[in-house]
Design a protein around this ligand. Structure first.
Ligand code: G3H
Ligand code: ZN
Length: 287
C-alpha cells in the first residue's frame, strides 16, 4: 500500500539519513526502483513529473501501475507516489487520482500568492492523508519544461512557507536540474544552515541530485536534508547501457530485438544507480 512521505522523512531527518526520490517514466523504471528498494530494505519515493504522467497515459494509469506492482512484486518497504514540481491544478488531479504525496512548485509566484495557494493545497492534501512538499527559491536548469533561475532561497520565506503546515520543504541552495556545468559554484551550505535553523524539525529536500559529489551530499544531510531527488542520473545510465547493447549488435543476434531483452541492460543500470544512491544517502536497511 502506498504511504504518505511524512513519517519516512521525519524518521530520516531524526536518523541523519535521506530517502531518495527517483523519477519514473514507465514500467521498467518503476519496477527497477521498487525491486531495488525491496532488496535494499529502503523506503523510497517515486517521483512523477507532469510530463512523465502524461507520457504514461495519465495519473490513473500511474496509480494503477504502481499499486499493481506493489502487490504483485510483494513490495514490503514504505513507498510514496509523489507528484514532482506540480502546478496548482495538477496537485488537485493527483490528490484525486490516488497519489500519496504531492509537490506544489509555487516558487515562481510572488510570495503572497505562493502562501495563499500553498495554504489551500495543504488543507486539501492533509484532508486525504497525503503529504505535501513546497518550494522556495528556485532550482536552476530545466526539468520536463519546468525552468528555474537557480537563485538561493530566502530563509525567512522558507520559515513562512514551513509554518503553513507543509510536510517537507525544498529550498534552492544553488542546486541545478540535469548535469552540473564545469563552472558550478557548489551548494550554498550557508543558506542551507540558515534555512534549517529557522525551520527546525522540517525535513528539507535537495533537488537536482544528479552529479552532486558525495561529500556535498553528506554535508547536506548533516544540515537537515532528508529527501534527495534523482532523475537525470537514471536516464543517463539507462541510455548508456542501451547504447552499448545496440552498438555491440546484440539486438541483431537471435531474439535480441525482443523488448524484454533490449531493455534489460538499461533496467540493470537503473537498479545499480538507485542502489548506489540509497547507499550514499544512508537509507539502506531503514525500512
Ligand atoms: O525533481 C527532480 C529532481 O530534482 C531531479 O534532478 O534530474 O538533476 O537528478 P536531476
Ligand atoms: Zn526537482
Amino acid at each position: 500500500m502506498l504511504v504518505s512521505a511524512t513519517e519516512m522523512l521525519k524518521k530520516a531527518k531524526a536518523g541523519h539519513y535521506a530517502v531518495g526520490q527517483f523519477n519514473i517514466n514507465n514500467l521498467e523504471w518503476t519496477k527497477s526502483i521498487l525491486l531495488t528498494a525491496k532488496e535494499c530494505k529502503s523506503p523510497v519515493i517515486l517521483g512523477v513529473s507532469e510530463g512523465a504522467g502524461k507520457y504514461m497515459g495519465g495519473y490513473d494509469v500511474v496509480v494503477g501501475m504502481v499499486n499493481g506492482l506493489l502487490k504483485d512484486l510483494d513490495i514490503d518497504v514504505p513507498v510514496a507516489l509523489h507528484l514532482d514540481h506540480g502546478s496548482y491544478e495538477h496537485c488537485y488531479k493527483c490528490i484525486e487520482a490516488g497519489f500519496s504525496s504531492v509537490m506544489f512548485d509555487g516558487s515562481h509566484y510572488p510570495i503572497d500568492e505562493n502562501v495563499a495557494k500553498t495554504t489551500e493545497l495543504v488543507a486539501a492534501a492533509h484532508g486525504k492523508g497525503i503529504s505535501i512538499e513546497a518550494e522556495v527559491g528556485s532550482i536552476g536548469g530545466e526539468e520536463d519544461g519546468v525552468v528555474g533561475m537557480g537563485e538561493c532561497a530566502d530563509p525567512k520565506e522558507c520559515k513562512a512557507i514551513a509554518d503553513l503546515g507543509v510536510d517537507f520543504l525544498a529550498a534552492g541552495i544553488g542546486n541545478i536540474h540535469g548535469k552540473y556545468p564545469a563552472n558550478w559554484q557548489g551548494l550554498s551550505f550557508e543558506t542551507l544552515d540558515a534555512v534549517q535553523q529557522l525551520t527546525g524539525e522540517m525535513p528539507l529536500v535537495l533537488h537536482g541530485g544528479t552529479g552532486i559529489p558525495a561529500d556535498m551530499i553528506k554535508k547536506a544531510i548533516s544540515l537537515g536534508v532528508a529527501k534527495i531527488n534523482v532523475n537525470t542520473e537514471c536516464q543517463l545510465a539507462f541510455a548508456d547501457a542501451t547504447r552499448k547493447y545496440i552498438e555491440a549488435g546484440k539486438d541483431l543476434e537471435g531474439k535480441g530485438f525482443d523488448p524484454r531483452k533490449l531493455l534489460a541492460p538499461g533496467v540493470e543500470a537503473i537498479k545499480a544507480t538507485v542502489k548506489e544512491k540509497m547507499e550514499l544517502f544512508g537509507s539502506v536497511g531503514k525500512a
